[in-house]
Design a protein around this ligand. Structure first.
Ligand SMILES: Cc1ncc(COP(=O)(O)O)c(C=O)c1O
Length: 382
């Protein structure tokens, strides 16, 4: 049986040109950008080149003194931690209830430290509630507040109204951090056109290598380090930069952005094919967030009457890789905090699976997966 990988929201296959780039940089020789000799200067050049590629894809200039800048991290999780814990002089934090654990758990930890933390509700479709954010901001008496929301949800793929959120934050004169881990390289972004303080992302979500993420910080913002012991990256994130991984991230994003229209069409076609054909066979399935803007390749489907963990394991035996929530919580039993925040009925929460296609998925695979899912669901539904 041919395995079918539909877990591209968890991680993606590395693009062949990225593997080539990693191999090239790694085989060129030792690379520590802090070294003053020729090898060090070459390593620094590789980092600067990748930074330029990333800046071009995000619509932001990253080489101006005191301007917008990138801080490379080991993952999206670290990037979120760094920004939320590191943005200086925050007295009140406002997070949405549907954040990835790398934001949610920082919020809970801050709360335990005695910080003032508020939570924005989401509606039935999985969209952050603008009225609630507006209410929280208008009753906010803190001298300095940070709002943190995601751009695209990792479980449902629902795209959040970031422009409207940014407008509300600007009117209230508060800072906005956006976790863009699920959407960088998947939708067009122009950070020059929108008032955001910081975004975070991670290369392995867009066919780049694992082990490299980044925080983009707008000019004039100060980030306090959460680790100490080195002067790299202006001491904000000490540690020798992983030059090959950074070059691989630049290459991956350049490839993603240059083929964006085509890949978007491809993923939309496959995702719609999957949803349409499954709904024809099983009209009582529920596609979460179906009426609102979503990422092109991600779908969250509730197989009402079945148990998501049993479905996941049975699909794995059928060679289908998908997920029952975010990758970090798959395999564990707590129900999705995202679907819970959306106030979905328990039967939908207990039976929800996430499928995410990529540019490497094929229509043939989707036809095949529809048959495999149908077999499993017919057997496991009560
Ligand atoms: C929305 C979101 N934020 C952050 C992360 C964490 O990224 P990483 O796996 O690079 O730590 C993920 C990963 O699934 C994610 O989907």
């Amino acid at each position: 049986m041919i395995p079918i990988y539909l877990d591209n929201a968890a991680t993606t296959q590395v693009d062949p040109s990225v593997i080539e780039c990693l191999q090239k940089v790694m085989s060129e020789g030792p690379a520590n950008p802090s070294s003053l000799h020729h090898r060090g200067r070459y390593a620094r050049y590789s980092v600067e080149r990748a930074t330029e590629q990333i800046g071009q894809c995000l619509g932001t200039l990253l080489d101006q003194p005191g301007g917008d800048r990138l801080i490379y991290t080991g993952s999206g999780t670290e990037a979120n931690n760094l920004v939320i814990q590191g943005l200086s002089k925050v007295h009140h934090y406002i997070f949405s209830r549907i954040e990835h654990p790398s934001v949610l758990e920082v919020g809970k930890w801050l709360q335990k430290q005695g910080k003032s933390v508020s939570w924005i509700d989401a509606d039935h479709n999985g969209t952050i509630c603008l009225e609630h954010l507006d209410f929280l901001l208008s009753s906010d008496e803190s001298p300095s507040t940070l709002v943190a929301t995601m751009w695209a949800n990792n479980e449902t793929g629902v795209l959040q109204p970031i422009e409207e959120i940014a407008t509300l934050c600007k009117a209230a004169n508060v800072r906005l951090h956006v976790d863009a881990t699920q959407c960088v390289g998947k939708i067009p972004l122009n950070l020059n056109e929108i008032d955001i303080t910081s975004i975070t992302f991670s290369a392995h979500k867009f066919h780049g290598p694992s082990g490299i993420g980044a925080s983009w910080i707008s000019g004039g913002q100060t980030i306090e380090p959460i680790m100490f012991g080195g002067e790299q990256q202006l001491e904000t994130r000490p540690g020798t930069e992983p030059v090959a991984l950074i070059a691989g991230m630049g290459q991956a994003l350049a490839v993603a952005c240059s083929g964006l229209d085509q890949v978007t069409k491809h993923c939309l076609t496959l995702r719609d094919q999957l949803e349409r054909e499954l709904l024809i066979r099983f009209p009582d399935l529920v596609v979460q967030g179906v009426g609102v803007p979503r990422l092109p390749g991600t779908t969250c489907i509730s197989f009402v009457g079945a148990d998501r963990q049993s479905m996941l394991m049975a699909l794995d035996l059928e060679g289908v890789a998908c997920s029952s929530g975010s990758a970090c919580s798959s395999g564990s039993s707590p129900p999705s905090h995202v679907l819970t925040a959306m106030s979905r009925p328990k039967v939908e929460i207990d039976s929800a699976l996430r499928f995410a296609v990529s540019k490497f998925s094929t229509s043939y695979e989707i036809d095949d997966v529809i048959d495999r899912i149908s077999r499993v669901y017919s057997r496991l539904r009560r």
